[in-house]
Design a protein around this ligand. Structure first.
Ligand code: F6R
Length: 239
C-alpha cells in the first residue's frame, strides 16, 4: 500500500485529484469507480478546475458509482446521482450516457443488482476505484457483517450510517434505510484502489482497517489483500 499523508484536507484533495487525473491522461477511455460522501468533494472540485484549464478530457471516460439510496429519484437532491451530476458530471465534458449509478428506483432488488453487475462486467471492470471510509469501516454501503458480500446487493443501512448521513437530510427519519451497493468482490477486482480519508474522527477506523485484522466486521480491512492500494489522507486521520 502506498500512503500519501497530506497536511490538510485541501492538500489531500489535490493529491487525490492528481491520481485521478493521471489515470485519465494515461488511459483516456478508462473506467473510474467513483464515490460520493463529503470526502471526495474537494478532489472533484480540483478535477473541474483542471478540465476548465484545458488539462483534462473526460469525453471517453466511463464512470461507475459505488452506491445509491433505494427509493430516491435521480432529481432528489439527496440521491447519489444528483450528487455526482452537481459535484462533477455537470461541470466536465463527460457523456452522461457513460456514467452509471445503481438504479434506486428499480423495485425489483434482484434485477437492480444483476443489471448493475452486468454494467460492471460489460465495461471490463474498473481501472481505478475511488473510495471513502465510513466510521464503522464500511466501503460503498458494505456494512460490517459476518461475511463479505461479493456482488451488487441491497443493504439495510447500519444505524450509525443513517445517523452519519442524517446531516444531509432535514432529519434522520428522512434518510432512506436501504441502498444498493457494489459488492466487495467488484471493488477488489478494480485494478487500482484509491482511498481518501480525512479528519480526526476517522483516525481510529484507519488504524483498524489498514493495520488491524482482516474481518468482515471491518469491511475496508479486506483492502489489505489488494495488490495496488493508494491511501491519501490528512495528518488528522493518518498520524
Ligand atoms: C459513498 C460511499 C460511502 C462513503 C463513506 C464516507 O459513495 O460509498 O462509503 O465513502 O460513508 O463518507 P464521508 O466521505 O461523508 O465521510
Amino acid at each position: 500500500m502506498k500512503i500519501y499523508c497530506a497536511k490538510d484536507y485541501e492538500q489531500a484533495s489535490r493529491i487525490t485529484a492528481n491520481i485521478l487525473a493521471a489515470q485519465i491522461i494515461l488511459k483516456p477511455d478508462c473506467v473510474l469507480g467513483l464515490a460520493t460522501g463529503s470526502t471526495p468533494i474537494g478532489a472533484y472540485e480540483n478535477l473541474i478546475k483542471r478540465y476548465e484549464a484545458g488539462d483534462l478530457d473526460f469525453s471517453s471516460v466511463h464512470s461507475i458509482n459505488l452506491d445509491e439510496y433505494r427509493g430516491l429519484t435521480p432529481s432528489n437532491s439527496q440521491s447519489y446521482r444528483y450528487f455526482m451530476n452537481t459535484h462533477l458530471f455537470d461541470h466536465v465534458n463527460i457523456d452522461k450516457k457513460n456514467t452509471f449509478v445503481p438504479d434506486g428506483l428499480e423495485e425489483d432488488k434482484e434485477k437492480a443488482c444483476q443489471d448493475y453487475d452486468e454494467i460492471i462486467r460489460s465495461h471490463g471492470g474498473i481501472d481505478l476505484q475511488l473510495l471513502g471510509l465510513g466510521h464503522n469501516g464500511h466501503i460503498g454501503f458494505n456494512e460490517p457483517g459476518d461475511s463479505f458480500a461479493k456482488t451488487t446487493h441491497c443493504v439495510t443501512l447500519a444505524e450509525s450510517t443513517v445517523a452519519a448521513n442524517a446531516r444531509f437530510f432535514a432529519s434522520a427519519s428522512e434518510v432512506p434505510k436501504e441502498a444498493y451497493t457494489m459488492g466487495i468482490q467488484s471493488i477488489m477486482q478494480a485494478k487500482k484502489i484509491l482511498v481518501m480519508v480525512c479528519g480526526k474522527d476517522k483516525k481510529k477506523i484507519v488504524q483498524k482497517a489498514f493495520y488491524g485484522s482482516i474481518t468482515p466486521q471491518v469491511p475496508a480491512s479486506v483492502l489489505q489483500l489488494h495488490p495496488d492500494v493508494i491511501l491519501v489522507g490528512d495528518e488528522a486521520a493518518l498520524m
